[in-house]
Design a protein around this ligand. Structure first.
Ligand code: PHE
Length: 360
């Protein structure tokens, strides 16, 4: 009797103390294995009187069941603990806290494109784009620039190898080819035929062989184009006056429209804004000086015809200005080349916060 309770408490104690699955198995073998203590008790049954054997046998069986249950319970506990320990050990921290010094800034060119788009957006213009690598026809011929025009000279333009079909290719020298691409679009032509008006701005990259403090081989322009049946030079003037005053945030900013020449507009005008220089510092607004900021004019009838529209029916205006240039003027950036040097100190100084600098 005593024997049984000692064996029971020893076996359960060993199971309860087993720290891992190997120790638990050792405890199982010690009690229930071939030479185990409980198995030993079973062996004594043979020499007992039938009555005693029945009674003692039942108790030994019960003990065996009890130990087996405890072993199973301990096994699942140890199994869970082993899994948890593995999970804890294998955990990797995939989070990276956002620190203020890792926040970037918006480049002044992107910022100014957004500001320009917001102002023209309020006037009903939509944003259009075209390829940087342009064919000779869209960049020149469609825009009434004949093959012998000086703008085609090798010195002015980055020519690329011709396409397989012989089409000469260039890095576009202005955003004006997107005028042609848009007017040629069948959906646009249908919209115009239905009495609608075309109003687009085309912000994008442009390329010329130039390199000094105010010219870089790659720069940015924004083109504007309005085509319908009634738009005239008065609309061109009003649109550009409103734009310049909104962009430079000077309500009475004077503008000067100077007669000029572009092959794709007639009449053509270059536009200057008023400014003054005090102590070598530029101030935009009414003053003794003028700054040229854009080219403009009424779209030439030849361009309208080249783009598959009837110049007797359709007319409108176009303009083009340098985004980098108006960014330099508005934000007092002295050297154009610094825009493209990716100097982090410069970007932090002239860059805009993505949240605070949002377009109007
Ligand atoms: N494409 C001209 C340039 O690059 C600008 C311009 C556009 C002038 C549209 C008139 C009309 O200089």
């Amino acid at each position: 009797m005593d024997d049984l309770s000692t064996i029971r408490s020893e076996a359960l104690d060993a199971v309860g103390k087993a720290a891992d699955l190997a120790a638990l198995d050792a405890a199982r073998v010690a009690a229930l294995g071939k030479k185990g203590t409980v198995t030993g008790l079973m062996k004594t049954l043979g020499g007992m009187a039938p009555e005693q054997r029945k009674e003692f046998g039942a108790r030994v069986n019960q003990l065996k069941g009890e130990i087996e249950t405890e072993i199973e319970a301990r096994k699942s506990l140890l199994g869970n603990a082993a899994l948890s320990a593995r999970l804890a050990a294998e955990k990797i921290d995939i989070s990276l806290p956002a620190r203020p010094e890792t926040q970037g800034t918006l480049h002044p060119i992107g910022q100014v494109m957004d500001e320009v788009a917001a102002i023209f957006g309020e006037m009903g213009f939509t944003w259009a784009e075209g390829p940087d690598i342009e064919d000779d026809w869209h960049n020149f011929s469609a825009l009434n620039i004949p093959p012998d025009h000086p703008a085609r000279q090798m010195q002015d333009t980055f020519y690329l190898p011709s396409r397989a079909d012989g089409t000469p290719m260039v890095l576009r020298t202005h955003t004006s080819p997107v005028q042609a691409r848009t007017m040629l679009n069948k959906d646009v032509q249908k919209m115009l035929a239905d009495g609608g008006a075309l109003r687009i701005i085309v912000p994008g990259r442009t390329f010329r062989i130039d390199n000094d403090a105010t010219h870089t081989p790659m720069f940015h322009q924004v083109e504007g184009l309005v085509i319908d049946r009634t738009t005239h030079m008065g609309h061109l003037k009003g649109c550009l006056v409103d734009f310049c005053r909104a962009f430079f945030e000077v309500d009475d900013l004077p503008l000067r429209f100077r007669p000029s020449y572009f092959p794709f507009t007639e009449p053509s005008a270059e536009v200057d804004i008023g400014c003054s220089w005090k102590g070598g510092e530029l101030k935009i607004g009414a003053g003794e000086s003028w700054l040229e900021i854009l080219g403009s004019g009424m779209v030439h009838p030849n361009v309208i015809a080249n783009c598959g529209l009837d110049p007797a029916v359709y007319q409108g205006f176009a303009f083009g200005m340098g985004i980098d240039r108006i960014a330099m003027l508005k934000y007092g950036i002295p050297d154009l080349r610094s825009f493209f040097e990716s100097d982090l100190r410069w970007l932090r100084h002239y860059g805009f916060s993505a949240l605070e600098g949002a377009a109007r």
